[in-house]
Write a protein that binds this ligand. Structure first.
Ligand code: AMP
Length: 286
């Protein structure tokens, strides 16, 4: 499974990434963590990044793209990874597309954690308090002043990625204001509905197509139904599986409606798996 977690500072990307790592046995690739390690170690990258990070700015694209490209090649990332804090700009997203293509890897989804900005300062202050309570050093950029700057850079440089991935039918939005537990459950449910948690061999046998522009609404329909049936050990079309898939579609569709984007094409898997007669009947109904 290969995922991107998208959201402003304090939206819970790191927390959710850790939970996904535990559940799915994949690695979390946090550019922020890698850069902080480089700063602490005083490497050339760290020296370049130190002041930029302390001021809440963005480290140059070529540096972070290089770090990520190398990290993806390491053996522990073979099973899959969650990108946390990367990409942060459209050029970084384009570079990621390019490098994944070169490495013959596919991105499963981009999960956006949507939060109210007013809650972010409280969250970041809480995080600083918890870090202090553990006797650890608080991040230099977890101050109200720097957070304001980081939020501004999120809005101007990172938010355009929502449109970028929505156009590529990769975007799924989750309400990040729910409890940590709820958000985790919601992300896992969506991933199951997408078939992203299936073994890769099974996915290769029945690939889902998410091409063209529009929302994930219809694009997730078929994988949702099939994956939900699989996850529950029920056959396709049982009531249990259908209810689960319907729930998953509802979530995705809500997010799609909120974005106000158009409809997507039916997946190849849906068309390929359904008998021709049924397909005609359904089409006739529409
Ligand atoms: P984070 O831990 O993700 O909040 O990142 C902390 C800081 O590291 C950011 O405020 C940036 O200065 C820098 N940083 C992390 N990831 C990136 C990235 N993808 N592009 C540019 N700068 C980054």
């Amino acid at each position: 499974m290969r995922l991107i977690l998208l959201g402003p500072p304090g939206s819970g990307k790191g927390t959710q990434a850790q939970r996904l790592v535990q559940k799915h046995g994949i690695v979390q690739l946090s550019t922020g963590e890698m850069l902080r390690a480089a700063v602490a170690a005083g490497t050339p990258v760290g020296l370049q990044a130190k002041d930029i990070m302390a001021a809440g700015g963005l480290v140059p694209d070529e540096i972070v793209v290089g770090i990520i490209s190398d990290r993806i090649d390491e053996p522990d990332a073979k099973k899959g990874f969650i990108l946390d804090g990367f990409p942060r700009t459209v050029p970084q997203a384009e570079a990621l597309d390019e490098l994944l293509k070169k490495k013959h890897l596919k991105l499963d989804a981009v999960v956006e954690l949507r939060v109210n900005e007013s809650a972010l300062l409280d969250r970041v202050e809480k995080r600083a308090g918890e870090t202090r309570a553990r006797g650890e050093e608080v991040r230099a950029d977890d101050t109200p002043e720097v957070l304001t700057k980081r939020l501004a850079s999120y809005r101007s440089q990172t938010e355009p990625l929502i449109h970028y991935y929505s156009e590529r039918r990769k975007l799924l939005t989750v309400d990040g204001m729910m409890t940590i537990e709820h958000v985790t459950r919601e992300i896992n449910r969506i991933l199951e509905a997408l078939g992203a948690t299936e073994p890769r061999a099974a996915r290769r046998a029945a690939p889902a197509k998410r091409s063209g522009s529009g929302t994930a609404r219809k694009g997730t329909k078929a994988p949702g139904r099939k994956a939900a049936a699989k996850a529950k050990g029920t056959s396709k079309g049982t009531k249990e599986a259908t209810t689960s898939a319907r729930k998953a579609r509802k979530t995705v569709s809500k997010a799609a409606k909120a974005r106000g984007v158009g409809k997507a094409k039916k997946t190849v898997r849906q068309a390929a798996k359904r008998p021709a007669k049924k397909l005609t009947k359904k089409r006739a109904k529409r």
